[in-house]
Design a protein around this ligand. Structure first.
Ligand code: HEM
Length: 367
């Protein structure tokens, strides 16, 4: 078998993994060998049409989970397909996902379909390994450590209160509103409070990028993909402006400050790719957790009552002193914290992710 790319998918409530034949290393002929002609046994499934594979079926199903479920019902939890330019194997059992992500993780490397990599930025953390990856991990972790985020609690509270006020008396779509909230918190965590003049344009560009992220990767004027790529370019330019303004003054403890740290400085392009990457990683995931929390609290009135009492007690104290919420207050939210932990445990947040095999891989005696 040539090199295989693997998509790892968390499909509610299953973990789905896909392996793609030879997009990067092996080239089309080796991929074709691996996907049929080379005498290797791949799992059941269909490779669809030449080059496009089953990409149209994926897009026409609107929601990727519908496509994955349909295939899963037909072929079982492990099946081959060809989507987004990659011949692949998808895996949706917890055992196979553990094999790929934990026990045999050394046989795989991170990857994304090329169109998505171009959109997020090729130097973003998701596509890296080795020293550069470890370096980025350190810079991101530092910016989200308790010490770094402690002072942001009042500003995050202000964003939450603004959202709550805007919902008053309205019928809202919880996930959409949580996405607005998490985008605002993400931008605050990345750029701090001083770059507000750029924030609206950043948001607009990011929303255009997001609309095109799952579109068919056809870069022709008028397509969602083309608009997204233009927005991506503009985002890079805005981040470059902010970086040069930042160089004139003291660095903050936000993510941009961490990326710009003198001793460990990244290039402007590396910073832009990773800023966009972190918004991408942080936003929908957190919005999804918050939405699931609202649902679970609705399902469990007794827990909702305990959380409400805990929150009201702190709110009353704050009202009496006139002080904003502090880091120390968040440490006292024991019931709320447990609800967050339980939501993370129970809900399936990330539908799927991708891996590429670095060598031939056999799973349960099959290649
Ligand atoms: C609570 C909601 C979140 C969930 C469920 C979640 C889940 C995940 C998962 C499963 C991965 C691994 C993906 C893979 O290996 O293919 C990942 C990676 C990542 N997440 Fe999150 N995430 C969440 C929130 C955040 C936030 C708030 C940030 C902001 C810093 C963030 C930053 C990242 C980064 C930078 C990576 C790449 C790590 C690496 O390649 O080493 N995530 N996340």
């Amino acid at each position: 078998m040539g090199a295989f790319v693997l998509f790892v998918c968390l499909l509610v409530p299953f973990l789905l993994v896909c392996a793609v034949c030879g997009r990067r290393k092996a080239g089309p002929s080796a991929a074709a060998d691996a996907c049929g002609g080379g005498g290797l046994q791949l799992p059941p499934g269909s490779m669809g049409w030449p080059y496009v594979g089953e990409t149209f079926q994926l897009y026409s199903s609107k929601n990727p989970n519908v496509f994955f479920n349909m295939k899963r019902n037909k072929y079982g939890p492990i099946f081959k397909t060809h989507i987004l330019g990659c011949p692949c194997v998808m895996v949706s059992s917890p055992e196979a996902a553990r094999f790929v992500l934990v026990t045999q993780a050394h046989l795989f490397k991170p990857t994304f379909p090329a169109s998505k990599e171009r959109m997020l930025g090729p130097q973003a953390i998701f596509f890296q390994e080795g020293d550069y990856h470890a370096h980025l991990r350190r810079l991101v972790s530092r910016a989200f450590s308790p010490e770094a985020i402690r002072a942001s609690v009042p500003a995050i509270e202000a964003i939450a209160l603004r959202s709550l006020r805007s919902w008053d008396g309205q019928f809202i779509n919880t996930f959409q509103e949580m996405k607005t909230y998490t985008l605002n918190v993400a931008l605050l965590s990345i750029f701090g409070e001083e770059e507000m003049c750029y924030i609206e344009e950043l948001k607009q560009c990011y929303l255009t990028l997001e609309k095109g992220y799952n579109s068919m990767p056809v870069n022709l004027p008028g397509t969602l993909f083309h608009k997204a790529m233009k927005a991506r370019k503009r985002l890079g330019a805005i981040v470059a402006h902010i970086i040069s303004a930042r160089r004139e003054r003291q660095r903050g403890s936000d993510l941009l400050g961490s990326f710009m740290d003198d001793r460990e400085a990244l290039t402007d392009a590396q910073i832009a790719d990773n800023v966009i990457g972190v918004i991408f990683a942080a936003r929908d995931t957190t919005a999804s957790v918050l939405t699931w929390m609202v649902k679970f609290l609705g399902d469990h009135p007794a827990v909702l009552k305990s959380v409400t009492e805990e929150q009201l007690e702190i709110a009353k104290e704050k009202e009496a002193t006139g002080e904003p919420l502090s880091w120390a207050d968040t440490r006292r939210m024991r019931v709320t914290s447990r609800v967050i932990q339980e939501t993370l445990r129970v809900a399936s947040i990330l539908s799927f992710t991708f891996r590429e095999a670095v060598e031939d891989v056999e799973y349960q005696g099959e290649p």
